[in-house]
Structures are given as structure tokens and as C-alpha cells.
Design a protein around this ligand. Sequence first.
Ligand code: CTP
Ligand SMILES: C/C(=C\CO)CCC[C@H](C)CCC[C@H](C)CCCC(C)C
Length: 301
Amino acid sequence: LVPVTHFVLPRHVRLPNLPPSLTATSHTGTFRRRFPPPYNFRALSDPVTAGLGGFDVIGDGGSMLQDAGATALVIAGAYALISTFDFLSERKLIEQNLSRKLVHILSGLLFMASWPIFSASRWARYFASVVPFTNCLRLVIHGLSLATDEGLIKSVTREGNPDELLRGPLYYVLVLILSAVLFWRESPVGVISLAMMCGGDGIADIVGRRFGSTKIPYNKQKSWAGSLSMFVLGFLVSVGMLYYFSSLGYFHLDWVSTVERVAAVSFIATIVESLPITGTVDDNISVPLVSMVVASLAFGY
Ligand SMILES: Nc1ccn([C@@H]2O[C@H](COP(=O)(O)OP(=O)(O)OP(=O)(O)O)[C@@H](O)[C@H]2O)c(=O)n1
Ligand SMILES: C/C(=C\CO)CCC[C@H](C)CCC[C@H](C)CCCC(C)C
């Protein structure tokens, strides 16, 4: 017998007295069978479930409007973030490299944090991807010196050389696009990979440059302090972002095994970041891609 609450609760709510493979869908009054995945989370946010914590309040036309508005808002946010760090480094309130690393940490994490303001539509992830895509165009245009934007160059490059825009920053925004399109807010895999690239890799530089006097034996460019801080912050940011998305109802996690799996991903990503391969493959490629592979194996897609 199906309790009446099944029809009034938000769609994503998984009722405790149902078998794990059943999810209530309130708009039709029916139940959608989902095959339980072979891992410890249940994705709850596809077109069936809704954005903003599960309520699809405005229908298809409204979804497009919501996504267009969200895209505009996040593009403005990205512009404001870069301008703020340009202002701070211009005024010498923070050094250029710290500005670059704070942009590295904040832009991807804030981008990911903005995903719940997009609708439940299947197109929402593509609307969201427009944000890194516009930044990708911006990097290519300025990287090729087709236009000049001193603010962008100051807040995003190491030495103020436009060429640099076509390396680390460009790979970074491409990874944001890949993660949004492939994983979106429905899988822990993308969330963890971005947390490792943004939080983990970003803090390794900030801490390593300041406190990294003891170098790693196999890589004199990297330090124990940098790598340890990457492991700890990558882990904490991953768990924090997973908690954020799961508390909004996008997936359910078993926290004990999640913590173990995230620790394993953080450990392997940290090892990869510490290897003397930076000249061959950029950290903004190796760290998120390895995290994606390991998190996919640990959690399933
Ligand atoms: N595990 C790590 C990582 C980084 N660092 C410190 O941070 C600096 C920059 O490291 P990294 O980001 O790998 O260098 P780049 O590739 O030059 O910079 P980016 O990836 O930001 O372009 C290193 O020289 C080192 O002082 C560290 O001590 N330990
Ligand atoms: C310095 C960077 C990488 C080098 O390791 C980061 C480059 C960042 C991009 C130029 C800007 C990316 C903006 C994000 C796509 C959106 C941020 C939105 C948010 C709401 C601020």
C-alpha cells in the first residue's frame, strides 16, 4: 500500500519504507524504478528530479528562463571574481601568484556551488557549461593576443605573459566543461575531481611556496608541506561539496564508505601531483583526470 505522503513530497524524496530501488515521483503519482547502482550512492537528479533541492516549480519554458538567468548570473560572477583579484593585485594588496592561485581555488568551486540554481532540465548542464566556455573563448582570444585584457592576464597568469593563458587556465576551464557535461550534479565523481583540481592543487602551491622547505625525495620542485596540504584540503573540500549536493537531494551517500573512498582519491591525486611530470602534463589535466578515473572506480559512474 502506498502512503499518501508519497504523492505530496518532493519528487526526489526516497521514502524509507520503500525498497531502495524505488523512488517516488510526485507529479505523476507513480513510482519510478531505479536500478540500485553497484556503489554507495544513488543519483537523484536527472530530468525526473528537479533543481533547487528537488522542486520543479516552473515547467519547461520556465526552466529555460531559469537556466538563461542562472548562466547570466554566473558569467557576471566570474567577471566580478577576476576583476576583484585584478584590483587586489593591482593595488599590491596580494601578490600576483597568490591572486592566481585564489582564482584557481575559488572559480571552480564557486562554479560548482552555483549548479543548484540551474533547473532540472536536461539542458541545464549545457547552459552551465556556457560559463566556462565563454571564459575559454576569453582565454583563447587574449592568449593569442587578438585583444588585450591586462586584468585577466594579471589575475590569472604567473608572469604576465599572455601565452600562459593557453596552458594552465585553458586546461582548467576545459576540465570544468568536461565535468559539468559528463557528471553534472548527479555523480560524486565530477564533484570530487573538481575539488581535487581546485582546492587540492591550489592549496599545494600556496602552502608549498611558503612552508615547503623540505622537498619530496623524487621531486625537488615539490614539498611535503604542499602535498600534505593538497591531500587534506582536497579531502575536506570533496567531502564538503558532496555534503552540499547530497543535502540538496541530488544523491544519497553512505558517509562511512564515502569518506574512505574520498580519502583514497585524494591520496592518489596527491601522489600524481607530486610526480616530476609537470613539464610533460599540466597538473590541471593530470589531477582531475586521475581523480575522475579513481573516483569512477570507487563510486561507479
Ligand atoms: N606538492 C607541491 C606542489 C607545489 N609546491 C610549490 O608550489 C610551486 C608551484 O608548483 P606547481 O603548481 O606544480 O608549479 P607550476 O606548474 O609551475 O604552476 P601552475 O601549475 O600553477 O601553473 C612549486 O614550485 C613549489 O614551491 C610544493 O611545494 N609542493
Ligand atoms: C588561474 C586558473 C587556473 C590556472 O591554474 C583559473 C582560471 C579561471 C578562469 C579564467 C575563470 C573561470 C571562471 C569559471 C568558469 C566560473 C566562475 C564562476 C563563479 C560564480 C565565480
